[in-house]
Design a protein around this ligand. Sequence first.
Ligand SMILES: Nc1nc2c(c(=O)[nH]1)N[C@H]1C(S)=C(S)[C@@H](COP(=O)(O)O)O[C@H]1N2
Ligand SMILES: [Mo]
Length: 230
Amino acid sequence: MLSRRRSLGLLLGSGSSLVLGGCALDGWSGTVGAATQPLNERVEALLQRRGTVPEFDRRQVQPEALLINSFNGTPRIEPASYRLAVAGAVQRPLRLDLAALAALPQRECVIRHVCVEGWAAIVAWSGPRLADVLALAGPSPLAGYLAIRSADQYFETWDLASALHPQTLLATHMNGAPLAAGNGAPVRLASPIKLGYKQSKWVTGLELMSRLGERRGTWEDQGYEWFAGL
Ligand SMILES: Nc1nc2c(c(=O)[nH]1)N[C@H]1C(S)=C(S)[C@@H](COP(=O)(O)O)O[C@H]1N2
Ligand SMILES: [Mo]
């Protein structure tokens, strides 16, 4: 774990602005950054302006290129007892089981996963859109951020606009098969618009917030960029 941290730090320290993604669009970070505080009313307009990231063909997936990157072990989650808590600034706090997630419209995204440590892989993720899951709970108009808790104590926060992006999924499947434990089973985040460390595995809790708290993320609190857009 220590040596992993050191190597992550070295990469960042050398000021590398990693441009591996062929699917990145410019300007999103700036647009959201400027509008972040009273975000909600403008979310839909922003999403329309940004559009979707071009996807890859299913035949282009690179299963061997996706390295397992876990900093705090591999939690084993019993599918039958799994619940996703959706709480915070919502009209209806929820606890969703896997059947509830499977009952939502399923979407596949074939995108490039980019790790800040200097590797990337084309992956086909599928599962419900995060936006559809959050809609079930009814976000309050005050909500502008999302905190994501994981079973390994990993912690992340996202701007709500990125969380609601149509290609941001709560993936339950990878390359056509149920997620493996190492890749975050039974539920993980997957999105073409954020670096790998924003894409929490073993997601157990979503909390909508009107503002960011002191903790911004496992890596962000150690100096990594918070927005981490691709
Ligand atoms: N809960 C949790 N999520 C996590 C991590 C982690 O250690 N714990 N590592 C992150 C990093 S740095 C990357 S690159 C991806 C790696 O996903 P993979 O192991 O499925 O390739 O997961 C991200 N999500
Ligand atoms: Mo990563």
